[in-house]
Design a protein around this ligand. Structure first.
Ligand code: PLP
Length: 431
């Protein structure tokens, strides 16, 4: 496969865009470096790069594109919005329609506010939880990503319940001191942290199904335990459903798992591919938000008609009967095919799959249940596999910690073609 144009554009981008990319996860740093592929257009399950190569897309723009590229209903909604003017700076009735639609699908969202990104949504839930509880600390789980606001860019120290160390330069230690990180799927760790800091904790923040160290399911009782322990200590529970909402079924992971938080952050899929975020939760908590309450949050672009129209259209298309069953079936087919292909060529992999999303971890045969497990998998081998698949016209996310997302545009033939490509990749992959 020829990537000459991508390489040339990368050189050019390096001269004017920091690191050549507008989000670090797009760089190929974690898969051996070099020029990322520059895409030019997409249709359905495919996209084409600036060298004319076609790829089957499992990146799905890191989650939002559950219908693939250019879904006609979503595209129409966006062009209609563009023709009518994309921003008014006033309320619109579309926002009411969308708020009602989200509330119907995720009933714990008694009151909602739209923002522009998942980062903003999570950041604000924390502010509101702090305003509501008059406490400062939060507890998060190691390896869960919650956007790039200061407070959540803090990962684990060693062992359970350590005080945070910033993951990024520019975050004061004083802020990191407000974050306690415990391992995912470890209720004893949470109990220990709450026993120590419980009276200072405003909220326990969690991805109810993890998407950020690969797809990791909570163990039975884990989410129920979080609720019980947090509430015992007077802390709120916040679900970060930026990846999970509408990914596995029509609604949040909370409705799938039947465990409900006090507040929820959403993003990605609910914007149909345009920038969006939303947060909401119990009415008495949300009443802390300005203009009703003292917790300030605002946004020039928040609730803009284009993002809202795209989100409504995306959710409408998801309501088609059989959508999620089909995603699950395709996911199962892909999982089984990949597992068989790896076995045939004697490569140790483990695959965590939840419906139409999965992660293939290299150098491990046990399921991954924590960040520690995911960290211990073989990133170099993943990097080689990633490049072999790219040469086969299969685009994965360039990190061992990301998921493969199946969209409603993928067909059985696409999955079979991917499995054949994986066989050739595994055959070439050094042991
Ligand atoms: N929360 C989760 C679980 C995410 O996966 C992400 C992004 O990947 C975010 C929050 C941040 O969302 P955004 O990139 O829209 O700011």
């Amino acid at each position: 496969m020829n990537h000459t144009n991508s390489e040339r554009y990368y050189e050019e981008a390096l001269n004017c865009i920091v690191g050549g990319v507008n989000s670090p996860s797009r760089a190929f740093k974690a898969v051996g470096g070099g020029a990322p592929v520059f895409m030019e257009r997409g249709k359905g399950a495919y996209f084409w790069d600036v060298d004319g190569n076609r790829y089957i897309d499992y990146l799905a723009a890191y989650g939002p594109l559950i219908h693939g590229h250019g879904h006609p209903h979503v595209a129409k909604a966006i062009s209609r919005a563009a023709e009518n003017g994309v921003l008014y700076g006033t309320p619109t009735t579309l926002e009411i329609d969308f708020a009602k639609m989200l509330h119907a699908a995720v009933p714990s969202l008694e009151k909602i506010r739209f923002v522009n990104s998942g980062t903003e949504a999570v950041m604000t839930t924390i502010r509101v939880a702090r305003a509501y509880t008059n406490r400062n600390k939060i507890i998060k789980f190691a390896g869960c990503y919650h956007g790039h606001s200061d407070l959540v860019l803090v990962a684990a120290g060693s062992g359970p319940s350590t005080l945070g160390i910033p993951d990024s330069a520019g975050i004061p230690q004083s802020i990191a001191n407000e974050v306690i990180t415990v391992p995912f799927n470890d209720l004893a760790g949470l109990e220990e942290a709450l026993a120590h800091w419980g009276s200072e904790v405003a909220a326990v923040l969690v991805e109810p199904i993890v998407g950020n160290f690969g797809m990791v399911h909570p163990e039975p009782g884990f989410l129920e335990g979080i609720n019980e322990l947090a509430h015992q200590h007077g802390a709120l529970v916040i679900y970060d459903e930026v990846i999970t909402a509408f990914r596995f079924h029509y609604g949040g992971a909370q409705d799938l798992l039947k465990v409900y938080p006090d507040m929820t952050a959403l993003g990605k899929i609910i914007g149909g591919g345009l920038p969006i975020g939303a947060y909401g939760g119990r009415q008495d908590i949300m009443e802390k938000v300005a203009p009703l309450g003292p917790a300030y949050q605002a946004g020039t672009m928040a609730g803009n008609p284009a993002s809202i129209a795209a989100g409504i259209a995306c959710l409408e298309a998801l309501q088609e009967p059989g959508t999620y069953e089909r995603l699950d079936q395709l996911g199962k087919l892909l999982e089984e095919g990949l597992r068989q292909a790896a076995k045939e060529y004697d490569h140790a992999v483990t695959i965590n799959r939840i419906k139409g999303a999965l992660t293939v971890y290299f150098g491990r045969s046990e399921p991954v249940r924590s960040y520690e497990d995911a960290q211990a998998t073989d990133g170099e081998q993943f990097g080689r596999f990633f490049r072999l698949m790219l040469e086969e016209g299969i685009c994965l996310a360039p990190s061992k910690y990301e998921a493969w997302f199946i969209s409603t545009a993928h067909t059985r033939e696409d999955i079979e073609c991917t499995i054949e490509a994986a066989k050739r990749a595994f055959a070439k992959l050094p042991k």
